[in-house]
Design a protein around this ligand. Structure first.
Ligand SMILES: Cc1ncc(C[n+]2csc(CCOP(=O)(O)OP(=O)(O)O)c2C)c(N)n1
Length: 277
């Protein structure tokens, strides 16, 4: 595995550092785990295209030395689908926040999953809209406090992994910043998967979520990830009551189904061969 110094030298645009993330934020370690996974899989950085949405999570591409398209808020998966269709040889990775992917981008998420387009969707879930000041997002827990919910959110949150699975994603996994080595493995599996791969990363935002929810200490938030996590194997033996409030981590779905871009290319070949139906 690459050391931090090797990682910085090989993959980061060091002239763009220091980064803008707050002390204790999970995004930096997540980006490093992803780059290590890219390195382990042996992908040529020139054959990787990264798409970012808007938000703190959407800043990863600013610091890495690969092709990055900075999309608009909520549209990362639409841009990623376009890149993959035009350049099928590229590994396309979309990095989004939970608001980016689950709120304004929710429609793009369900349709990218339904099409099983060969894109790696990484959602950094910090339970909040981070960049704009800690507003409620679709993953803020019921009753959780936020800048726009001082009395606690009255909304039920999405389980983004269940949403992706229900919409047709063929690879779905959940990891946490605390379990960083497992996360690196999950990224590796996602990169190797052919089809829509969805990885939700539970992350901590001490500054804009923790301070409202009552856990402003990043170490405390990491301990909550550790204590709340249950592996897929352990979860299979637990009752719904026992699973209440737990985070099931690991590979949740992994199956092969027809992939959109390959099917589309076959269709082009058939039409160019003169087939009429
Ligand atoms: C169309 C549009 N609507 C709203 C915004 C304002 N905006 C920028 S980032 C953001 C939320 C970011 O939250 P999230 O996607 O969860 O990412 P985080 O910052 O927490 O990583 C919003 C609402 C925008 N830039 N564009």
């Amino acid at each position: 595995m690459l050391s931090t110094a090797e990682l910085l030298k090989k993959y980061y645009l060091r002239d763009n550092l220091p980064h803008i993330w707050c002390p204790g934020c999970g995004i930096g370690p997540i980006a490093a785990a992803l780059l290590r996974a890219i390195d382990e899989v042996g992908l040529d950085p020139d054959r990787v295209s990264q798409v970012n949405g808007i938000g703190c999570s959407g800043r990863v591409g600013v610091y890495v030395d690969m092709d990055v398209l900075k999309g608009t808020h909520g549209r990362a998966l639409a841009f990623a689908t376009g890149i993959k269709l035009y350049r099928p040889e590229q590994t396309v990775i979309a990095i989004m926040g939970d608001g980016d992917c689950g709120a304004i981008g929710g429609n793009h998420l369900i349709h990218a999953a339904r099409r099983n387009v060969d894109v790696k969707a990484i959602v950094i879930n910090n339970s909040i809209y981070g960049m704009t000041g800690g507003q409620v997002s679709p993953t803020t827990p019921f009753g959780g406090r936020a800048s726009t919910a001082p009395y606690g959110s009255p909304e039920r949150p999405f389980d983004l992994c269940k949403l992706a699975e229900g919409a047709g994603a063929t690879f779905v996994a959940r990891g946490t910043v605390y379990h960083i080595r497992q996360l690196q493995r999950l990224f590796r599996r996602a990169l190797e998967h052919k089809g829509f791969a969805f990885v939700e990363v539970i992350s901590q935002c001490p500054v804009y979520y923790g301070r409202y929810s009552g856990a402003a200490n990043p170490a405390e938030m990491l301990r909550a990830q550790r204590d709340g996590a249950v592996t897929v194997a352990a979860a299979a033996k637990m009752t719904p009551d026992e699973l209440e409030g737990k985070l099931v981590v690991g590979e949740l779905v992994n199956k092969q189904e027809p992939e959109f871009v390959s099917e589309y290319l076959k269709l082009i070949q058939r039409s160019q061969a003169g087939e009429t139906r």
